[in-house]
Design a protein around this ligand. Structure first.
Ligand code: ADP
Length: 262
């Protein structure tokens, strides 16, 4: 049994051994709980789009005469639920890869500025669609050793969120600067903001502030936890400051010192 404890006090060897045993036992039951929560979360996230698909398909089957237009509407909804499922599964696979790749980052000397510029170029059509302006503020080119692909993905999740959770006509500003031994990237938006009580959970797997609202914007609640994982693997940090209805700033710090990387 995992959460069993032995009650042996004292400073002799038996006492020390039982304390070590209790410590391991608590840790194991914690890991076991995390595993169960994770499976429950994954199942829930996969079941939600599946139940929508089932409901949509069933209501089509139940009707004897359906206009082509209605068929089309239902199929469009079914299609977007399938997209959601795909997105969730891709994120999950990604996360498993990251767990396994812990010590396998492919460090290369990289211009952080180029990565940010590439992300902004690829996300521009989405931003244009919402009339959101994206500005990059950079005073110098910063080169650091990172896994290019992974950092691209980590920053993409954050910049994509800034576009997703900002209303039409908003603005996103990205600062790139050097701060001591760190390259610092700040992504500021004029979006919905995050309520104070949600801030401690924002980097947890599957956590979403408002699942009804988030569902409409797509996503899986995994993006920020993946970014957090990637940045932590690089021995960097990610923090968020936010005010409801005013906007959010994500602050990413990546170590600049090659010696820290190897
Ligand atoms: P999702 O797939 O839901 O976007 P994330 O892990 O990327 O998942 O983000 C988790 C939640 O954090 C989102 O559902 C959203 O509620 C909130 N969030 C993330 N970025 C922002 C932002 N820039 N502005 C407001 N809320 C945000």
């Amino acid at each position: 049994k995992l959460n069993e404890r032995v009650e042996m006090e004292g400073n002799d060897e038996i006492g020390q051994l039982s304390r070590a045993y209790n410590f391991m036992s608590t840790k194991l039951s914690h890991i076991e709980k995390q595993r169960r929560d994770f499976v429950a979360n994954v199942s829930h996230e996969l079941k939600t789009p599946l139940s929508s698909i089932k409901l949509l398909a069933e209501s089509l089957i139940m009707q004897s005469k359906v206009e082509v237009g209605i068929y089309r509407e239902f199929l469009i909804d079914i299609n977007s639920e399938i997209d959601r499922l795909n997105e969730i599964i891709d994120s999950l696979l990604n996360m498993v890869d990251l767990d396994e790749e812990k010590l396998n980052l492919n460090y290369e000397l990289t211009h952080i500025n180029h990565i940010v510029e590439r992300i902004v170029t690829s996300i521009k059509p989405l931003a244009d669609n919402k009339d959101i302006r994206i500005l990059i503020n950079q005073w110098e080119k910063i080169q650091i050793y990172v896994d290019k692909g992974k950092i691209y993905q980590a920053l993409m999740n954050i910049i994509h969120n800034a576009v997703k959770y900002t209303d039409n006509g908003g603005r996103i500003t990205i600062h790139i600067e050097r701060e001591g031994k760190f390259a610092v990237i700040k992504v500021r938006d004029t979006g919905h903001g995050i309520p104070m009580e949600s801030l401690p959970f924002i980097f947890e797997r599957f956590y979403r502030v408002d699942s009804a609202r988030s569902r409409k914007t797509g996503g899986s609640g995994l993006g920020l936890s993946i970014s957090h994982q990637i940045i932590t693997l690089h021995q960097g940090s990610i923090e968020v400051e936010s005010q409801l209805n005013i906007g959010s700033t994500f602050i990413i710090k990546l170590p600049n010192d090659i010696n820290q990387q190897f």
